[in-house]
Design a protein around this ligand. Structure first.
Ligand code: AMP
Length: 194
């Protein structure tokens, strides 16, 4: 059987990357972070990196078709490995494309976990980590961009008749968030690479 796939939804600073890393180390998930991949492309001056860097610097979303192709190319070949999608999808076209590409690859339809956190708390975390695109003026814009798409994505995964959405309290300390995640994904009672 193919493994579970999980989408982490949440504003920048909600702790998605931290939790993805923990689940990767503890449960063998593969982590696919579009922000990290884009930063690698940018550092390598690849055509994608060059095309994306303006959007990234402003905190705008990179074009859907570029993002979808980047994710398609980054999917692990081994369908038995569960994937955590961190920072993708961010739009409905990306969500539709992800469902389709996982279906084609005969992988399990992903479930979405929403990392709920106050914007002020998330901003404080971002300012503490001091990454290049974490400047106060860019942060607020990235939040606005996220909030604009958030409800569409919530509806997409959790709307009537769908059962692919769970919310966790991401304002808590790291280990508590992990505990909630483990419970939400029922990781202790099942293997993710069956
Ligand atoms: P992140 O580290 O996830 O906050 O991503 C950093 C930047 O990369 C974002 O502000 C966007 O410019 C871009 N980016 C990352 N993921 C996506 C995505 N799924 N769709 C569009 N742009 C993205």
């Amino acid at each position: 059987m193919a493994a579970a796939n999980v989408i982490f939804l949440g504003v920048p600073g909600a702790g998605k990357g931290t939790q993805a890393q923990i689940l990767r180390e503890r449960y063998g998930y593969a982590q696919l972070s579009t922000g990290d991949l884009l930063r690698e492309h940018r550092a390598a001056r690849s055509p994608l990196g060059v095309a994306a860097e303006g959007c990234m610097a402003r905190g705008d979303l990179v074009a859907d078709d570029l993002m979808i192709e980047m994710v398609r190319a980054a999917l692990p070949g081994d369908g038995r490995v569960g994937i955590i999608f961190d920072g993708f999808p961010r739009t409905i076209p990306q969500a539709l494309a992800l469902d389709k590409m996982l279906r084609v690859a005969r992988r399990v339809a992903p479930r979405a976990v929403y990392f709920k956190i106050d914007l002020d708390d998330a901003q404080a975390r971002l300012l503490a980590r001091r990454r290049e695109d974490d400047r106060p003026e860019t942060i607020r814009h990235r939040f606005d961009v996220f909030v604009r798409e958030r409800d569409h994505l919530k509806d997409y995964y959790g709307g009537p008749g769908r059962n692919r959405f769970v919310e966790i309290d991401a304002a808590q300390p790291v280990d508590r968030v992990t505990r909630q995640l483990v419970a939400a994904l029922r990781l202790e009672s099942s293997t993710i690479t069956a």
